[in-house]
Design a protein around this ligand. Structure first.
Ligand SMILES: Nc1ncnc2c1ncn2[C@@H]1O[C@H](COP(=O)(O)OP(=O)(O)OP(=O)(O)O)[C@@H](O)[C@H]1O
Length: 334
């Protein structure tokens, strides 16, 4: 039996018929705001950083894949994927790989460590085997030097991926990045009008930008060099995946374990039972945790000053004095 609470008996009811809805007569309701990537405000400008934003431009654009078998990658590439131990594609890979395989221009935004590299490398490898390409691996400055002296003309370059665009700009390489893009011939750029593109058999350049954040400079590059892009934005911009942090903790713990230390780990990925024994029962002299308060030991200096400040800041909560130690390795120097 349904009992109606006394307070509910006097509650005003807002029920109405569809025909009573007058919003269609209100001019403000005619032009509803839609999320826009390119608003010039930086970061994921205008995009709500929900789990998955997927803005398809054409009806024939492919949908996200759910597993590797659906990816239409060649058997050789699928074997490589298996060899790399990638059991399931990550969300950015699910969304971007089918688009890349159709040579669509893509703006891919996903947090650091979310697998953006395979998201653009796998379609690029598939394209290269079809086009019988040669590979040049170069640093930005050297490449630009050669290009400007016409040692390496890139007239036939038909696939450009700008990865880690935000980091390169952050590190002061904006001049080199724009320089390389400027030197690459624009004659094979896709036309602005997609109908023209369909009517022509010409090989157009595919241009993709993959980045963890979308600062204004990257946004300007995207506006200038990509055509009718599909925008895929996943997760929170600028954030590192928790998995990476947990993996780092495990690696450090194993390394210390090889020495004379009794080590245990504590992080979001650790098993509950292991966690219990870490805190009770067994005795350890080192606890490696992803969040700590008394002494923060950082093993990777990282690019973002804000993240470093945040981590180190955990030592001085509630005005307590703490200690932060940062270990630098050779990989932190370049
Ligand atoms: N599908 C997958 N399954 C398991 N591991 C994966 C998968 N894709 C990538 N990885 C691994 O995740 C790690 C991070 O991947 P990747 O370097 O591509 O991230 P990213 O998004 O480019 O990060 P960043 O923005 O820092 O460059 C790598 O060790 C990579 O081998």
């Amino acid at each position: 039996m349904c009992v109606i609470k006394p307070s509910d008996k006097f509650r005003f009811s807002f029920d109405w018929e569809n025909t009573e809805d007058t919003s269609c007569m209100n001019s403000l309701c005619q032009n509803l705001h839609k999320a826009q990537l390119f608003t010039g405000r930086g970061l994921c400008a205008g995009i709500d950083p929900g789990r998955l934003q997927y803005i398809l431009q054409r009806v024939e654009d492919p949908h996200a894949l759910r597993n590797w078998a659906e990816s239409k990658l060649s058997t050789e590439l699928l074997k490589d994927v298996e060899r790399a131990g990638y059991k399931t594609p990550s969300p950015i890979q699910m969304a971007a790989i089918p688009l890349g395989l159709q040579q669509r221009d893509v703006v891919g935004l996903a947090e650091t460590g979310s697998g953006k590299i395979p998201a653009f490398v796998l379609p690029m490898l598939a394209y290269m085997t079809r086009q019988d390409c040669e590979i040049v691996i170069a640093t930005l400055g050297r490449l630009l030097y050669r290009l400007r002296r016409c040692y390496k003309p890139l007239n036939h370059c038909s696939y450009v991926v700008l990865g880690k665009a935000d980091c390169m700009i952050d590190m002061g390489f904006d001049e080199q990045v724009t320089g390389v893009l400027y030197v690459i011939s624009s004659s094979n750029m896709k036309p602005e009008n997609e109908d023209e593109e369909f009517g022509d058999k010409k090989v157009y350049r595919t241009t993709c930008i993959f980045s963890a954040t979308m600062p204004p400079t990257v946004e300007l590059l995207a506006r200038k060099y990509i055509r009718i892009p599909v925008v895929v934005a996943i997760g929170t911009a600028g954030k590192a995946t928790d998995l990476i942090t947990c993996k780092n903790a495990d690696v450090l713990s194993k390394t210390l374990d090889k020495g004379r230390y009794q080590v245990t780990t504590l992080h979001d990925g650790s098993h509950r039972s292991k966690e219990k024994s870490a805190l009770k029962g067994k005795r350890y002299n080192v606890l490696v945790a992803t969040t700590d308060v008394a002494h923060v030991t950082k093993t990777m200096i990282g690019q973002e000053i804000s993240r470093r400040t945040h981590t180190i800041g955990r030592t001085w909560r509630a005005r307590k004095i703490g200690l932060a130690t940062t270990f630098l390795t050779l990989s932190d120097t370049c």
